[in-house]
Design a protein around this ligand. Structure first.
Ligand code: G6P
Ligand code: MG
Length: 221
């Protein structure tokens, strides 16, 4: 078995719970366009880029927009989302995450971020965790959104570590597919019935130590 050399983290739903903020921001746009949009629908938007999320909504409601109206909806959704994240503090980091990042930082295992969000650095700054990440890849640096492997491949490249030595942490179906497409193993964070394609699943990072992850890594061989 290859030794574990790097952990690559998704942001939304793994380090911080912004999924509900995304939902509420999209819900306002969906209501305006008279598109029925539920929390269950929102599951499909986890890890999905801003433009792909709007396309999903439009398909759901069988609505067509001009390119200008499309841009305007994306802009207004993001303005709403930014008002939510402006209120975030270090207390919004998900349970167990600061401790796990600290333990990794003290070890030889390197740390990168692989997020589809264009707001990733802003969010990490708000919760005070930016300094843990040696390489930060977000939606501003990639052309092909998850499930394309780009965000994770770029993360591994930035660390100069081969994909086979990297482990991805993801809460989204599209993100787990992206990790696999990059030739990486993925730990799903959340419900094992939803994330059944992941190589392992943990409900949260609570009580998670490097030893826990090393055991999971060994069991994946
Ligand atoms: C994350 C979230 C998605 C979101 C995407 C883009 O991956 O899980 O729900 O659509 O980032 O976020 P952004 O902040 O760029 O709109
Ligand atoms: Mg996510």
């Amino acid at each position: 078995m290859n030794p574990l050399q790097a952990c690559i983290f998704d942001l939304d739903g793994v380090i911080v719970d912004t999924a509900h903020f995304h939902y509420l921001s999209w819900k306002a746009i969906a209501d305006e366009l008279h598109i029925p949009f539920t929390i269950a629908d929102n599951e499909h938007l986890k890890g999905v880029s801003r433009a792909d999320s709007l396309n999903f909504l439009l398909k759901l409601g069988d609505v067509t927009l001009s390119p200008e109206a499309f841009e305007d909806c994306m802009k207004r959704k993001n303005e709403q989302f930014l008002t939510f994240i402006a209120g975030m503090t270090p207390a919004d980091a998900l349970n167990g995450i600061p401790e796990f990042l600290e333990e990794l930082k003290q070890s030889a295992v390197r740390i990168a971020l692989g997020s589809a969000s264009k707001n990733a650095v802003l969010i990490l700054d708000r919760i005070g965790l930016t300094h843990y990440f040696e390489v930060l890849i977000d939606g501003n640096q990639i052309k092909n959104a998850k499930p394309a492997p780009d965000v994770f491949l770029k993360g591994a490249e930035g660390l100069e570590i081969l994909p086979a030595y990297c482990l991805v942490f993801e809460d989204g179906i599209a993100g787990i597919e992206a990790a696999h497409n990059a030739g990486m193993k993925a730990v799903g964070i959340g419900d094992k019935n939803i994330l059944n394609m992941a190589d392992a699943v943990m409900p949260t990072f609570e009580q998670c130590t490097l030893a826990t992850i090393q055991n999971i890594w060994q069991s994946m061989s």
